[in-house]
Design a protein around this ligand. Structure first.
Ligand SMILES: N[C@@H](CCC(=O)N[C@@H](CS)C(=O)NCC(=O)O)C(=O)O
Length: 199
């Protein structure tokens, strides 16, 4: 199985961490890809030209980080990241965290292309508001959630927080949201997180 990815994508990191947690550390081939240039191999597997893309041993390509996570959770080994007792809750938190990542990633990419003043545009403000509104909701979810086995939400939320720390360090989530700070610290101790740091 192959994973097309780059080192700074939060979406690719989610897919890679799930692959590691689901027993693919030795059998997954990492294919470093450049979605911002004409990367022929990436285009062959994903005409949308985005990472991550998982290519199964049968040659089927799967795009979209959360769909890759669903696939790996089904076919891999180890902890079930979507146990049925908490299925809706885990999808709820994962969806919110994916929205947080979308807002943070788009903020960063728009700044890169248009300068930081783009944050003052209507859409720029909407993205920053989305981040500010989503963090307390996630924090409440984690303050209430039992810290049991690893779930998909733990991975997506912690990657989102680590992406904020990497790209938008001015967002002070650690000080404001203790349940998220605790989750982040716990997740960073896992080998799957340590082996996939943003760089
Ligand atoms: N919804 C997608 C988002 C993937 C995505 O936006 N990937 C970025 C890298 S962080 C990318 O490849 N962007 C290139 C582009 O948008 O042209 C997912 O969850 O996998």
């Amino acid at each position: 199985m192959q994973l097309l990815l780059n080192r700074t994508s939060p979406y690719a990191r989610i897919a890679r961490i799930v692959a590691l947690e689901k027993g693919y550390a030795d059998t997954l081939t990492l294919v470093w890809s450049d979605p911002w240039n004409d990367d022929a191999q990436l285009l062959q597997h994903n005409p949308v030209r985005r990472v991550p893309v998982l290519v199964t041993d049968d040659g089927q390509s799967i795009a979209e980080s959360l769909l890759i996570a669903l696939y790996l959770n089904r076919v891999g080994t180890g902890t079930d990241l979507l146990p049925s007792q908490r299925y809706a809750d885990i999808l709820h938190l994962s969806g919110l965290a994916q929205g947080l990542i979308d807002a943070a990633f788009t903020t960063m990419i728009m700044r890169k292309h248009h300068g930081k003043e783009i944050d003052d545009s209507i859409l720029g403000q909407r993205r920053l508001q989305a981040i500010a509104r989503t963090l307390p909701v996630l924090n409440e979810g984690y303050a209430a959630a039992p810290a049991e086995d690893l779930t998909l939400a733990d991975i997506v939320v912690a990657v989102g927080l680590d992406y904020l720390a990497f790209r938008l360090p001015e967002v002070a989530w650690r000080q404001q949201y203790p349940a998220l700070a605790a989750l982040h610290a716990r997740m960073l101790q896992r080998r799957s997180f340590a082996d996939t740091v943003f760089s």
